[in-house]
Design a protein around this ligand. Sequence first.
Ligand code: MN
Length: 256
Amino acid sequence: MHILVTNDDGITAQGLLALAQAARSIPDTKVSILAPDRNWSGGGHVKTLDRPLRVKETILADSIQAFASDGAPSDCVALALLGFFETKIDLVVSGINPLPNLGHDVTYSGTVTAAMEALIWDTPGIAFSLGSVENHLNIQDFTPAASIARRVIQSAIENGIPDGTLLNVNIPYLPEAQIKGFRITRQGLRVYRDRLDKRIDPRGRPYYWIGGDSPTGTPEAGTDVGALADGFVSITPIQLDLTMYTAIPTLGNWKF
Ligand code: MN
């Protein structure tokens, strides 16, 4: 079992090291690391077409060999799955992101879109994120989340992830003994509180920041938001088919 570990926070992120160590502790696995050389959080699903991609070898904090690319997380996954490594990658794991990726976050998240890129190349993917629905915590300790990630990866290897599916895993930022268990969920509702801040530059021209407050969420039962709010690990199976099937007959009645 050859596992690729990547992330969207960059090669030096604590969460990447924690996830790599978790994957390496699983028996009969070979772990390769290829991650972006800078933070791509919120970068979405990217394919870099207008420039070459460079890859540099580096060493992580605990002396593990790793590779850093100047591409996006999804570029890193494409590089790895299209032949950067000599042996085939069997599973892509991404994270551990220090903020949760819930509901519509998955379309922004470099952590989740790295796993989406794995699906493009018929390889199973798992995205790991850590946090709470309401508070953007200053996460210092990835130990409980790494232990949970190890359990999820091990179960995914034993059971096999269904074809065409990635797992979006959100882990509550709690000591492991306080985590209540695992829930299989659907995407819930994020409540975004972005505000446009218009300012004037020294030349008198306007510029804009998309700011505002951190998102919250509606903690409905059965959803990722609800599970995280209740202290459970949320595992959401996600597919790339975004078709709104119920709209097909409605649009079929339109006259063009
Ligand atoms: Mn991130």
